[in-house]
Design a protein around this ligand. Structure first.
Ligand SMILES: NC(=O)c1ccc[n+]([C@@H]2O[C@H](COP(=O)([O-])OP(=O)(O)OC[C@H]3O[C@@H](n4cnc5c(N)ncnc54)[C@H](OP(=O)(O)O)[C@@H]3O)[C@@H](O)[C@H]2O)c1
Length: 268
């Protein structure tokens, strides 16, 4: 019998590529998105993929999506928490609303959905929770302080959670992509600006230019999708799955903080 996966943020990028790959591998796919009726994606050409409304800022939409998914397939085997965006700029330029929305979307929404699916996983004594974090949950770049805050928190949350869920047969996986060519750096990115705070302008211009250049070397979202499908299909209890940027992660592990962060300042 095919297994069933529910994915958040499936309207583009990593979520869309992941939904497509699970479908190609014979899984039942519930591709959730904020606006399934408005955004036409490649998934809309495939009737067998269920497109369901789910906004991670709206708990009622989570309840409705889970109800719809279970009515259709009666069981969910894997949840891929993928929805997220980047809030970028000098922290001093942020507003409380921006900070809250960044954490609500990348972290608290994910926690709400996770809490809702755990009883189902526990009942089945089976289930895999896949959280899309980032290489930015292991190391940091300038101007991403709030985004990193969400992803570092997601790493700690997931790492601890694995211990208490393991006795119930529930696996936790953290996916850690490096730069991936998606809408993340374009329509999904929110730039923090404060016209009265020009003191950061030169720093921001230089860093953003370097950052844009490094993204051109990024991988395609299908590379992340392959890793997610692998993490969903294995019986291993391995927690972390980096995708790309392995050199950076090795340096992070081997070098003292001062040296590593000096390199980051030079390279960005
Ligand atoms: N691209 C990278 O370099 C990279 C690297 C590391 C980690 N990541 C992570 O990968 C994940 C996916 O990003 P991506 O690169 O695929 O970018 P993307 O193409 O911009 O996709 C982001 C997805 O999140 C959805 N989303 C945003 N807010 C949402 C909300 N409130 N409720 C439901 N869905 C929401 C977007 O939906 P709409 O279409 O409605 O906006 C979109 O489907 C994110 O968690 C990101 O942090 C990306």
């Amino acid at each position: 019998m095919p297994q069933t996966v529910l994915i958040t943020g499936s309207s583009s990028g990593i979520g869309e590529a992941t939904a497509l790959l699970f479908h190609q591998r014979g899984w039942n796919v519930i591709a959730t998105m904020r606006n399934p009726g408005e955004r036409k994606t490649r998934l809309h050409e495939i009737d067998a993929i269920e497109k369901i409304h789910l906004d991670v800022l709206d708990t009622a939409s989570m309840d409705a999506a889970l109800e719809q998914a279970l009515a259709k397939f009666s069981r969910i085997d894997v949840l891929v928490n993928n929805a997220g965006y980047g809030l970028v700029g000098p922290f001093e330029a942020s507003t409380p609303e921006q900070i809250r929305r960044q954490f609500d979307t990348n972290l608290f929404g994910l926690m709400e959905l996770t809490r809702r699916i755990l009883p189902h996983f526990r009942e089945n004594r089976h289930g895999t929770l896949i959280n899309v974090a980032s290489i930015g949950g292991r190391l940091t770049f300038p101007l991403y302080s709030l985004y990193h805050g969400t992803k570092w928190a997601l790493e700690g949350f997931s790492e601890s959670l694995q211990h208490e869920l393991r006795p119930f047969g529930i696996r936790v996986k953290i996916i850690e992509p490096g730069p991936i060519k998606t809408d993340f750096y374009d329509r999904s990115m929110e730039i923090m600006r404060n016209d009265e705070l020009t003191i950061y302008d030169e720093f921001v211009t230089r860093r953003m230019k370097n950052m844009t250049r490094s993204v051109t070397l990024g991988l395609q979202p299908r590379a992340v999708a392959k890793t997610i499908v692998r993490a969903a299909s294995t019986r291993s209890w391995k927690l972390r799955y980096p995708v790309g940027s392995m050199g950076m992660l090795v340096m992070r592990r081997l070098l003292p903080d001062r040296l590593f962060n000096g390199i980051i300042r030079l390279a960005t």
